[in-house]
Write a protein that binds this ligand. Structure first.
Ligand code: 5AD
Ligand code: SF4
Length: 440
């Protein structure tokens, strides 16, 4: 019998980091580590970090300060605490962290966390840094059972890294070259998750639709294979690039009933000039055309996107073109960010910096428009009866949290036995962020 230890993981950033954090918990499960929701009394703390926008490192250091106190308090009581920094900040700034925070025991990047058990043994004697890039061996050596998974929906990483080199983005540097996992491994993981009660799979990748595993035709082909696994009732995927929306994937939206009518397709800007300097390799009209083709096969599809405002050289005219694209397409839940220069990326050296004040104004305008569109979309579902997968507990008794096919968050009063099930819910209320409903 191994003694039980408490593991606290704090996760920043994208769903891939959430997946990685879950897998870290799975790897440490056989060693007796059990995930807890607060750092109090934790024997091991992992900060799984994100480097996509600025201030990430500052945030990590401010959390590390608190963890240092935690470690010292426990030390005074004769207890040992391991502190680890994982993820993309660790990958990019591992040396800085080890230098500035002597109480950190381990620093490792997104491609090396499968060696956590070894790192833990080593860390009892010395400090450990592991920022290698051996992607394949990571997936090969992760446990296939998801021992710590709870709930009916699960993330599944199928692809990592990116070769697109958008000029603003750190991902090609922190996550490395594009890599697709073999189909067989993905199907095996799907079945293991299904055996744990999972009915919804969210296929993840930094550039998920660049997926090119052997034996299937791109992501569309993989979705077909996952849909064929008995018991899988819902499939989603994220995050996609417009350049990789191939015919098979678009057709899948019309042909595969399990593929949910929701597409997150970042466009970043509606201006061809800005798209060019961002190295996106597509135009605004190319994006409009993809949307038209997806809508042709799946007219009710809900669309979401990412936008960057204040990219170097962005004039009021360019910004207006982005707003026009948003008005033309019509989105649901979308994200918009003020451009932040990331060291080492080509855009960090570009001329034509947009003043902070203009960025602030633009982000407010774009967020208002996106919120209004989301609210309009949500309100249009009031009175409809939708299939909701209940995946969490609500704020009050007899309330569950769930997701509609369009990925809308919904709270409904219901028998708690409906947790984990897909149930018909009549939508009774809507705001720009979520819905309320009654079990029909
Ligand atoms: N500045 C602002 N936003 C960025 N993103 C990526 N890099 C930057 C940056 N340097 C945004 C993009 C991407 C999302 C995940 O984060 O919109 O799609
Ligand atoms: Fe970054 Fe996405 Fe562009 Fe790749 S496609 S460089 S992950 S923004």
């Amino acid at each position: 019998m191994v003694t039980e230890k408490k593991l606290f993981i704090k996760t920043w950033g994208c769903q891939m980091n959430v997946y990685d954090s879950n897998r870290m918990a799975d790897i440490l499960h056989p060693l007796g580590y059990r995930a807890v929701d607060t750092p109090d009394n934790a024997d091991m703390v992992i900060l799984n970090t994100c480097h996509i926008r600025e201030k990430a490192t500052d945030k990590v250091f401010s959390d590390l300060g608190r963890m240092r106190e935690h470690k010292e308090n426990r030390k005074a009581g004769g207890k040992k605490t391991l502190i680890a920094v994982a993820g993309c900040v660790a990958q990019a700034e591992g040396d800085v962290i080890l230098d500035r925070a002597p109480y950190v025991d381990m620093v490792f990047g997104p491609q090396s966390y499968h060696t956590l058990p070894e790192m833990i043994i080593k860390a009892t004697g010395e400090r450990v840094i592991n920022t290698d890039f051996p992607v394949e061996s990571k997936f090969d050596s992760l446990p296939t059972d998801h021992a710590s998974h709870k709930g009916p929906a699960a993330f599944l990483s199928i692809q990592e890294g990116c070769d697109k080199f958008c000029t603003f983005c750190v991902v090609p540097y922190t996550r490395g070259a594009e890599y697709s996992r073999p189909v067989a491994a993905i199907i095996e993981e799907t079945k293991k998750l299904r055996d744990r009660g999972v009915v919804e799979i969210v296929l993840l990748g930094q550039n998920v639709n660049a997926y090119h595993g052997e034996g299937v035709k791109g992501l569309g082909g993989l979705i077909e294979a996952v849909a064929a696994v008995d018991g899988i009732e819902r499939i989603r995927y994220m995050t996609s690039h417009p350049r990789d929306m191939d015919d098979e994937l678009i057709a899948a939206h019309g042909d595969i009933p399990q593929l949910m009518p929701f597409l997150h397709l970042p466009v970043q800007s509606g201006s061809d000039e800005i798209l060019k300097t961002m190295n996106r390799k597509h135009s605004a009209d190319h994006f409009r055309d993809i949307i038209a083709r997806v809508r042709k096969v799946r007219p009710d599809i809900a669309l979401s996107s990412d936008f960057i405002v204040g990219f170097p050289g962005e004039s009021e005219k360019h910004f207006e073109e982005t707003l026009q694209l948003i008005r033309d397409v019509g989105f649901t839940a979308s994200y918009s960010f003020k451009y932040s220069a990331r060291p080492g990326t080509p855009a960090a050296n570009m001329q034509g910096l947009v003043p902070e004040k203009a960025k602030d104004e633009r982000v407010q305008v774009i967020q208002r428009l996106l919120y209004d569109q989301h609210e309009k979309f949500n309100k249009a579902t009031v009175g409809k009866t939708l299939d909701v997968l209940f995946d969490g507990y609500g704020r009050s008794e007899n309330q569950l949290h769930g997701r509609t096919p369009y990925n809308q968050a919904i709270h409904a009063t219901t028998d708690l036995n409906n947790f984990g099930k897909i149930v018909k819910v009549e939508v009774s209320g809507a705001t720009g962020s979520s819905l309320t409903g009654l079990v029909a």
